[in-house]
Structure formats: C-alpha cells, structure tokens
Design a protein around this ligand. Structure first.
Ligand SMILES: Nc1nc2c(ncn2[C@@H]2O[C@H](COP(=O)(O)OP(=O)(O)OP(=O)(O)O)[C@@H](O)[C@H]2O)c(=O)[nH]1
Ligand SMILES: [Mg+2]
Length: 238
C-alpha cells in the first residue's frame, strides 16, 4: 500500500552569517543567535520600509539549483547597468562563485553563505542592508539559495518575488512545488533554447503555473540566447 509521510518543519536557529563583501578585504563574520522563524516577518517589514525610504527597487529570485537564476541576473544586469546602480545579494551554502560571476556584468555584489541553512531569510538581508551604503543603490536583486521548498517560509521584504524554473527540471516541476508559485509575483520558465531536445510541453507548464496562482505573470526565457529577457526586465522594473 502506498503511504505519504507528512513531516513538520523543524524550528531552527542560525549561529553565524558570513558576509563576503565585494571588497574581499572587508569580509567578516557576524555572530547571530536569534530565533529566525518568530522574527522573520517583522524583519521583512522593516527591510521593506528601509528600502522604500531609500527609493530602492528590490526583487528576489528563487528557484531550484541550476535553474538559471545567476545566468538571468547576469543578463538583466548587463542590460540595465548603464541606467541603474545595482546591488546583488547572492545566497549560497558556500563559495562566492555567483557573486563573482555577476560582478563582471556591472553590479556590486555581496555573497551570503548560509552554511546549514537552505534559504535566505530577512535577518540575512537586514544585516546586509544595515552594513551597506544604500545611498549608492537604485536596484537590489537577491538570489536565494537554490531550493524549491525552503524559501517559501521566508519573505525578505522585497517588492516582488520571481520564481525561476527550467524545462530541464521535467514537466511536473511546477505542479510538484506549488508553494513558491503561490507566493511569487512572476514565474519564469527558463532554458527554452533547449525545447527541441527536452521532451517538455512549455504551454502545459504555463497552464500549471496559472492554475496554482492566477495572478502570476508568466514568461518563458533563455538566459543563453537572451530570448524574452527584455520582457522580464519590463515586468520587473515597470
Ligand atoms: N541552455 C541553457 N543553459 C542555461 C540557461 N540558463 C542557465 N543555463 C546554464 O545552466 C547552468 C546553471 O545556471 P546558473 O545560472 O548557475 O543556475 P542557478 O539557478 O544560479 O544555480 P544555483 O545558484 O547553483 O542554484 C549553467 O551552466 C548555465 O550556463 C539557459 O537559458 N539555457
Ligand atoms: Mg546561482
């Protein structure tokens, strides 16, 4: 007989936050010891207020490992860097590979290494915002840790959330992970340049996303060819 197990989330604490600033000489470790689950929403609201006060447009990108979050941010940054001063916060368990990649396209970057944690939370973001000269920033992009589950528990205080999936994750990826689609504003189906070699019906994926959240704006893109990236920029910034 088939069985489904329901596992409840385990409350957790974060013990340290490693912020590797763009200027590697200023890398430092900030000690934290706070119950994040209780305070996340309050801190997200504070982040949102601070960003509004500073007139910063802020957006967070979530999605599975390898969906193309960094590749899309690289392309977006490259296209808008002459018009906006951009800060990108990259969340990863380890390394500053993504921050180094994006920096080459004309953004300031801060890599947050989350260690054991599978998502960024509003405390990570507040620590960055309180340690950065926000008068130098017009647009903030946040790339969350690659994960289709954990980020749904933690809003960050941004204006819009963008969920990115790719057609290489299989035709059922959206239906199997409804939570993040419920809590996002824009859904991006990426890697459409591979549609002739991957057995996936993109229209069906779009339909799945619409059924989960009728308010979603849905786009299909290729970070590699640049297809529909200008549409994405319009959806984000206009
Ligand atoms: N063909 C194709 N490859 C892509 C596209 N977007 C990203 N890739 C490739 O997919 C791989 C993963 O892309 P990333 O941008 O690193 O993915 P990510 O979502 O940032 O991954 P994590 O940060 O590790 O979660 C890289 O080899 C990219 O070059 C796309 O639109 N088409
Ligand atoms: Mg990445």
């Amino acid at each position: 007989m088939n069985k489904t197990l329901f596992l409840y989330p385990i409350p957790f604490q974060i013990n340290f936050l490693f912020i590797a600033m763009t200027d590697k000489r200023s890398s430092r470790i900030i000690e934290l010891n706070e119950d994040l689950t209780e305070n996340n929403d309050r801190l997200a609201e504070e982040n949102n207020q601070l960003l509004r006060e500073k007139n910063i447009r802020a957006f967070d990108f979530v999605g599975a490992i390898g969906a193309g979050k960094t590749a899309i941010i690289e392309t977006v940054v490259e296209r808008i860097t002459n018009d906006y001063r951009i800060l990108v916060i990259n969340g990863d368990v380890a390394t500053r590979i993504d921050a180094d990649r994006i920096e080459k396209y004309g953004a300031q970057t801060i890599q947050v290494n989350t260690g054991r944690e599978c998502a960024l939370n509003s405390y990570h973001i507040s620590q960055v915002l309180n340690n950065y000269d926000l008068d130098e920033v017009d647009v903030l992009f946040i790339e969350n840790v690659g994960n289709l589950i954990c980020p749904s528990d933690f809003i960050l205080g941004t204006e819009k959330r963008i969920i990115i999936v790719s057609i290489t994750e299989g035709p059922w990826v959206i239906r199997k992970h409804p939570m993040l689609f419920k809590f996002s504003d824009i859904a991006v189906i990426n890697k459409i340049d591979l549609k002739d070699v991957i057995d996936v019906n993109i229209e069906d994926m779009i339909q799945d996303a619409k059924e989960i959240n009728p308010n979603l704006t849905i786009l299909s893109t290729s970070a590699t060819t640049g297809e529909n990236i200008s549409k994405l920029i319009n959806c984000i910034l206009n």
